[in-house]
Design a protein around this ligand. Structure first.
Ligand SMILES: NC(=O)c1ccc[n+]([C@@H]2O[C@H](COP(=O)([O-])OP(=O)(O)OC[C@H]3O[C@@H](n4cnc5c(N)ncnc54)[C@H](O)[C@@H]3O)[C@@H](O)[C@H]2O)c1
Length: 252
């Protein structure tokens, strides 16, 4: 393996994404923080310093809704820095609303950002992974696939699409030593959760803890550690798997 293998993390500036970027950096990867949140992404990348104190990470502005540009961006990065060893499809928008009032545009955008971008990026990085003898693709799904919540169909559909992609690509790319897995988080305190409480999050915490078997709130690092396990050689015989990280909220 290269001294600093390349890892691309979408939504890398967000709550879970930044924890994934940090652990990959710790493990010696050159991390590409891909996001639309420029200030947060640049600050994160600048803080992930290398041996000489300079940043060992690269912020990449990319709007995942623009699939053509996304492919071009991933191709350019590969030409400039070499193939990606790791792709983490983490970014998502959390669309909420009843069936009849959610607009077609909102529905389509959710599929594009949450699921189709992951397919496009997998397609963009797979040739490089094949050329270097393997790689890992991990996508972030959601507990929503296990439970079923009202007013969340577009979001749930996008995560279901990612699960289908995970299993199908695991089968297709396994012979090239590319493992494809997924992590399904439960409730993780990040910006995504912020809309569920107003001034005081204690009610939300209590409701979540009542559902969980483990009686503490998770941290983004709990998800990042699971992602790292699926990237690491310790999981070398695992592919096409959905790893639940939900404190025992849903099992099975
Ligand atoms: N937080 C939770 O409780 C929870 C639960 C289940 C699943 N998840 C999943 O975890 C993943 C990370 O979520 P999070 O909680 O860290 O959310 P977050 O909102 O903190 O991070 C999401 C990141 O995605 C980026 N993003 C959004 N749209 C983008 C676009 N068009 N192009 C590029 N980047 C874009 C955002 O700027 C943000 O940095 C998501 O896939 C989410 O569905 C989160």
């Amino acid at each position: 393996m290269k001294k600093h293998p390349n890892a691309l993390v979408t939504g890398g500036a967000g709550g879970i994404g930044s924890a994934v970027c940090r652990i990959l950096h710790e493990k010696g990867y050159r991390v590409f923080v891909m996001d639309v949140a420029t200030a947060e992404g640049q600050a994160l990348a600048a803080g992930l310093t290398g041996e000489n104190g300079k940043s060992a990470a690269v912020f990449v502005y990319a709007d995942l809704a623009d699939l053509q540009s996304l492919h071009q961006t991933a191709t350019q990065l590969t030409e400039q820095y070499g193939p990606f060893e790791v792709l983490v499809n983490n970014a998502a928008i959390d669309t909420m609303g009843p069936l009849e009032t959610t607009t077609i545009e909102e529905y389509l955008l959710t599929q594009r950002i949450n699921a189709e971008s992951a397919y496009i990026l997998s397609r963009s990085v797979a040739p490089g992974m094949k050329a270097i003898g393997g790689g890992q693709i991990v996508s972030i799904l959601s507990i929503i696939l296990s439970g079923g919540w009202e007013n969340r169909a577009p979001y749930a559909m996008s995560k279901g699409a990612l699960l289908g992609m995970t299993r199908s690509l695991a089968r297709e790319l396994g012979p090239d030593s590319i493992r494809v897995n997924a992590v399904s988080p439960g409730a993780i305190p990040t910006a995504m959760e912020r809309k569920f409480w107003k001034d005081d999050r204690s009610e939300l915490d209590a409701a979540i803890l009542a559902k969980q078997s483990l009686k503490f709130r998770a941290a983004p690092e709990d998800v990042a550690n699971a992602v790292w396990f699926l990237i690491s050689p310790e999981s070398r015989f695992i592919t096409g798997h959905e790893l639940h990280v939900n404190g025992g909220w849903y099992m099975g």
